[in-house]
Design a protein around this ligand. Structure first.
Ligand code: BGC
Length: 345
């Protein structure tokens, strides 16, 4: 048994003690841990939401170094949307003997490379934001997930629209046919958040008694420019028929705003459709304030970053996880979403 394996065994026992909730010894944690080494790999460096989350993680790590009296060394990498690149970044983390890796998977259906490397080297992994299937997370005891329940965000997005319909249906229903004609901008094919959000938002609207008609939907990979290209086609094809634009995230909703603005439309005008995003990124919140979006749903990236750092620290140092973070099924931390409209800002 090599040093790393011994370390891993100690860590496994430690984790069982920290999370099992039965020992008073664990309150003190490891006293000899002077450096916490964390390898972080994000699927793409140009993703607004994930970038904001990572910068919160960096800031929080700086703050916590003082409080925890520990040096936190972060190795942050970007995988350029290639699972192969990310797998080799995991090899680097292991060679560099990180204490724990935080992985924002490129391909959530292809986690096996990372998991095998983690298990063999006994390096715990916290996956974040891009949720892998539960069977994968169950493949080893030291795999965790920090994120949010995507289905809830779709429901809340629908709720914002429903609340507005209750007040102003006649204004939204421009052609007065009693049906909401909508277009949808979806994230990535196969991404849990896109699938769940696209389904949940429509469920919420229809279950609340409003009829909808889908004019078109397109995948725009969470990206503002790609969404603008798709939106241009929607606008050319359907023009004023579009009453509602539902986007799986703020960046894509912003792509829609770009196209409408370029076409000379203004928020507040009768032909400006209702636009809804998800995330509450800094730029997303700005446009809610300006009235360009009816609203967004706050995806608490800051909270997720905090939770991830607290979990990493608790696992490695055998300290207790603060009570406000519930580790569901011993593996999941999911932060709640929140509706945001101009009133909230
Ligand atoms: C966010 C998107 C982001 C995606 C990346 C989603 O949860 O809402 O903005 O692009 O995660 O995985």
């Amino acid at each position: 048994m090599n040093r790393k394996m011994l370390g891993g065994l100690a860590l496994t026992l430690g984790v069982a003690m920290v999370l099992g909730g039965c020992s008073s010894q664990r309150k003190n944690g490891k006293t000899n841990q002077k450096v916490l080494r964390i390898g972080v790999s994000s699927y793409d460096q140009y993703d607004t939401f994930v970038s904001e989350l990572i910068s919160c993680f960096q800031n929080y790590a700086k703050e916590k170094e003082k409080e925890w009296e520990i040096t936190i060394s972060l190795d942050i990498r970007y995988a350029q949307r290639s699972q192969m690149v990310q797998n080799s970044q995991m090899d680097d983390f292991i060679d560099d003997q990180v204490d724990i890796a935080c992985i924002n998977l490129v391909d959530r259906t292809d986690a096996s490379g990372i998991i095998e490397k983690a298990r063999k080297s006994q390096t715990p992994v916290i996956f974040f934001n891009r949720e892998l299937v539960e069977e994968d997370l169950d493949r080893w005891d030291e795999l965790y997930y920090v994120g949010a329940d995507a289905y809830e965000s779709g429901r809340l997005q629908g709720k914002i629209l429903v609340e507005e319909c209750r007040k102003n249906f006649n204004k939204i229903d421009k052609n007065k046919d009693g049906v909401l004609q909508y277009v949808m901008l979806e994230g990535e094919a196969g991404h849990n958040d896109s699938l769940a959000r696209s389904m949940a938002v429509i469920e919420e609207i229809t279950e609340s008694g409003y009829m909808v008609e889908k004019l078109a939907d397109e995948i725009a990979n969470w990206n503002r420019d790609q969404a603008a290209t798709k939106m241009q086609t929607f606008l050319d094809t359907y023009g004023e028929e579009i009453e509602v634009i539902l986007a799986n995230n703020d960046d894509m909703a912003l792509g829609a705003v770009d196209v409408l603005t370029e076409a000379g439309l203004k928020p507040g005008d009768t032909d400006w459709p209702v636009i809804l995003g998800i995330d509450g990124t800094s730029v997303g919140l700005e446009v809610v304030k300006k009235g360009e979006f009816l609203g967004t749903v706050l995806n608490d990236g800051e909270g997720q970053a905090y939770a991830m750092l607290e979990l990493a620290y608790a696992l490695v140092t055998e300290n207790e996880l603060p009570e406000k973070y519930q580790l569901k099924d011993g593996k999941y931390i999911r932060l709640p979403y929140r509706e945001i409209t101009a009133e909230d800002l």
